[in-house]
Design a protein around this ligand. Structure first.
Ligand code: SF4
Length: 294
């Protein structure tokens, strides 16, 4: 979107919503873009759950004892439930769970709301009309394929999706046109460069992330511990219960697999029992799913 707007000579305000759950290479890529292109500085926005977490602390102290939650668990939850300043983690601490396919509150709370509240709404309130370009493509998901190219709200916000019909070849072509190397994660086997990992990550993506970026798995594992210890059920995992096959799917009370168990499963072949051939092979140094390495 940045390169397209730049090429069209538009005067625009680029905005990036930081979930706090992106890979460092993505942050570096975004920081470098204005310097490499001579384009405008990118405005970073972040959701802030400080006030909401403070209210949740009061709620826990007041209501959990009456709900039969043991005293030591309440004390432990209150000791750990503090804003970290990492939007993704704080949102999960607040909700007492991770997002899932059925409860996909992450993109709304971490991207749409901060961009709207911190950037778009102030312009609208000042009486401006706002044209918001969104960089989504129909190829990415059936949900995105169903989106219109243009939408307008009564408040004066026009949403336009100029690259909705673009193929991934078009995306890399515009990088070449501007002499910009794509986000390096694309050469490291990632098919998308959003959250690391995304709640929708496929089996092969999880395997790739675990192999190349084990620190990211450690980080999410620690997040699982924090959310588990601060939620009322005392049970929470990053991926939803249907991510991997097993008895936990049919019987309540069997703990859901945590991210380390999901990583183990990602290394298995179909059926989830035997280790797959792919998991025994070192991924190549450069392994773009889009043929960027050839
Ligand atoms: S990239 Fe995935 S995990 Fe991140 S906000 Fe979007 S849906 Fe949620």
């Amino acid at each position: 979107m940045y390169l397209l707007a730049l090429g069209r000579g538009k005067d625009f305000l680029p905005v990036f919503a930081d979930t706090g759950h992106e890979h460092q290479l993505t942050y570096d890529f975004i920081r470098e873009l204005p310097r490499l292109t001579g384009g405008p500085k990118i405005r970073w926005v972040k959701a802030d759950f400080t006030g909401a977490i403070a209210r949740k602390r009061k709620f826990i102290a007041k209501n959990w004892p009456g709900d039969g939650v043991p005293e030591d668990r309440i004390a432990r939850a209150l000791a750990l439930l503090h804003p970290s300043g990492i939007p993704f983690l704080d949102l999960c601490l607040l909700k007492g769970r991770f997002p899932s396919t059925m409860a996909r509150f992450c993109s709304q709370e971490l991207k749409h709301f901060p961009v709207y509240l911190q950037v778009i709404a102030p312009f609208l309130e000042a009486g401006h009309r706002v044209m918001s370009w969104q960089g989504v493509r129909a190829e990415e998901s059936p949900r995105r394929a169903a989106l219109p190219v243009r939408e307008k709200t009564e408040e004066g916000l026009s949403t336009i999706r100029p690259i909705l019909k673009w193929s991934w070849e078009d995306v890399f072509a515009i990088h070449r046109k501007h002499g910009i190397e794509p986000n390096p994660l694309y050469r490291l086997g990632c098919s998308r460069v959003g959250c690391m990992p995304c709640i929708h990550a496929r089996k092969d993506e999880i395997r790739n992330i675990a192999h190349r970026f084990p620190d990211e798995i450690d980080r999410v594992s620690e997040w699982e511990r924090l959310v588990t210890e601060t939620c009322k059920r005392g049970l929470s995992s990053f991926f939803s219960h249907d991510k991997v096959p097993g008895d936990h799917q049919g019987r309540a009370g069997i703990p859901m697999p945590d991210i380390r168990e999901v990583v183990e499963w990602s290394r298995t072949a179909r059926g989830g029992k035997q280790f797959g051939f792919a998991s025994m092979m070192e991924p190549a140094q450069c392994s773009s799913l889009y043929g960027l390495c050839e």
